[in-house]
Design a protein around this ligand. Structure first.
Ligand code: NAI
Ligand code: MG
Length: 495
């Protein structure tokens, strides 16, 4: 056991699942936290060494300490995983939705039982504040399994008078910002619909996926229904290019999403792509300003801004600009940055050295372009990857700060006078994933929701997630929907 784990134990936070996603009273979560020195691949229900015998390190981004070693899967390993999934597929389909649902319920329940362990490891391996792992990522991951467990025996009611069949083997590639939660988003609906999966977590955050593999084994899921292979882009590409994969579900950068779309063109593989975003968070003068400021803070600083639907562009109506900016600055100074394992921390570590460089490069661009910068006066820890919460004021619409996904705690602020101007500016990006509207008028919120080109629109709230609600984008934010009943269609042939 390494030092972080001991510290984590001393930091006796309590796990209470008093969220909207509480499907059943959560059992008392175990205190046990175990990270192995090395993780192998999970193929055909067994933990196997990679053919290459190569491993890479997973780092704790808050301390730069090595967490453990992770296996690097090559094409041969991916082929083994796809074969295991293919072999398991006929029996998994045949047992029927009612039986499949029982396995999903069991997985959901086991996640709850080990919620503390998953939360601690998620924060150690990925850098996110323990409060977020504990209250959002892990309970919401369990909730996705509960939710899709409920659908498994009701598929014909989701698509009345249609024939529904599973697709076969789904290749699933996920990012590092919500590691266990993204695994749940992908695995739960795929299994409910009768598919088998080969999942690849991101290279900086594979540990909770491997813990999930252990849990899936404990749940008694038939061998090969879920296979988890680790590695970086090359491993992901091997899944995408494998001839016997029927579907690719990808969440990550628009750049990789585009390359995936190119490589599967003409292969008949079904695809869903959840890519980047540059969401507008729009405050009208009639909004409850204090509540809106809190929503803006949550919108951009939740998970260090490593959120595809982050409210990374703020549009303030000119008449309330001064008040909003002043309140934002005051609030920024109260944010606690530092140790992700401290339950008071608001802003944890940036996920990797590479991502920190990307973010600091964007901050330099903002400085060079001459926008007014405001950063909270916080001490940056000497070790680890950290970035102070940052605002840029009066950002030009054409600036890269207003157009490109930064994926960090950096907010680009702009103003508007009329509703039409807000809509035009908000829609003027290559992305279309999410948006937020703050107003006292329901009619205004509905009008904005109709005119904003974004898959998810929040009114007087932000970054609120629920398994019953579909999630996905327009334009360069990708296509297909995950979550809710819509999420089933992505894993079925409906005829
Ligand atoms: P990425 O898109 O390279 O990584 C996401 C996943 O795709 C990882 O599991 C990675 O191993 C895999 N991958 C990489 N190349 C692949 C390929 N050619 N074929 C198949 N799989 C591949 O994202 P990265 O480099 O970690 O982050 C770069 C930027 O992407 C971030 O700054 C952010 O703007 C954006 N991003 C957006 C995410 C979102 O949720 N929308 C998530 C992660 C990153
Ligand atoms: Mg890591």
């Amino acid at each position: 056991m390494n030092i972080e784990l001991i510290m984590a134990k001393e930091n006796a936070f309590s796990l209470k699942f008093d969220t909207d996603w509480q499907y059943a009273p959560a059992p008392e979560s175990s205190d046990h936290v175990e990270i192995k020195a090395r993780y192998d691949l999970f193929i055909g229900g067994k933990f196997v060494q990679p053919n290459s015998k190569k491993y890479f390190n997973s780092i704790n981004p808050a301390t730069e300490a090595i967490v453990c070693e992770i296996a690097e899967a090559n094409e041969q390993d991916v082929d083994d995983a796809v074969k295991a999934a293919r072999k398991a597929f006929p029996a998994w389909t045949k047992i029927g939705g009612k039986e499949r649902g029982k396995y999903l319920f069991r997985i959901a329940r086991l996640i709850q039982e080990r919620a503390r362990e998953f939360s601690v490891i998620e924060s150690i391996d990925g850098g996110k504040p323990i409060r977020e792992s504990r209250d959002i990522d892990i309970p919401l991951a369990a909730a996705h399994f509960f939710y899709y467990a409920g659908w498994a025996d009701k598929l014909e009611y989701a698509f009345p008078n249609r024939k529904v069949e599973p697709l076969g083997v789904a290749g699933q590639i996920i990012p590092w910002n919500f590691p266990l939660l993204m695994a749940a988003w992908k695995i739960a609906p795929a299994l409910a619909c009768g598919n088998c999966v080969v999942l690849k977590p991101a290279e900086t955050t594979s540990v909770t996926a491997m813990k999930l593999a252990e849990l899936i084994k404990d749940a008694g899921l038939p061998d090969g229904v879920v296979n988890i292979v680790t590695g970086a882009g090359k491993t992901g590409a091997a899944i995408v290019n494998h001839k016997d994969v029927n579907k690719i579900a990808f969440t990550g950068s628009t750049q990789v999403g585009k390359s995936i779309q190119k490589s599967i063109a003409g292969t008949g593989k079904k695809t869903t792509l959840e890519l980047g975003g540059k969401a507008a968070n729009i405050i009208f003068e009639d909004a409850p300003i204090d509540q809106a400021v809190e929503g803006v803070i949550n919108g951009i600083f939740f998970n260090q801004g490593h959120v595809c639907c982050a409210g990374s562009r703020l549009f303030v109506q000119e008449s309330v600009k001064d008040e909003v900016i002043q309140k934002l600055k005051i609030r920024l100074e109260t944010l606690i940055l530092g140790d992700p394992m401290d339950k008071n921390t608001d802003i944890g570590a940036i996920n990797s050295k590479e991502q920190l460089k990307t973010i600091t490069d964007y901050i330099k661009i903002g400085e060079q372009e001459g926008f007014e910068k405001f950063q909270a006066n916080v001490a940056i820890p000497k070790k680890g990857y950290f970035c102070a919460p940052t605002l840029f004021l009066d950002v030009a619409q054409s600036s890269r700060l207003a157009q490109e996904e930064i994926f960090g705690p950096v907010l680009a602020i702009q103003t508007f006078r009329t509703v039409d101007e807000a809509i035009e500016k908000a829609n003027n990006t290559p992305y279309g994933l999410s948006a937020g509207v703050w107003t006292d008028k329901g009619s205004k919120a509905f009008n904005m929701a109709a005119q904003l080109k974004a898959g998810v629109i929040w009114a007087n709230t932000f970054n609120k997630f629920d398994p019953t609600s579909p999630f996905g984008g327009f334009k360069e934010s990708g296509f297909g929907r995950e979550g809710g009943m819509h999420g089933l269609a992505a894993y079925l042939k409906v005829s």
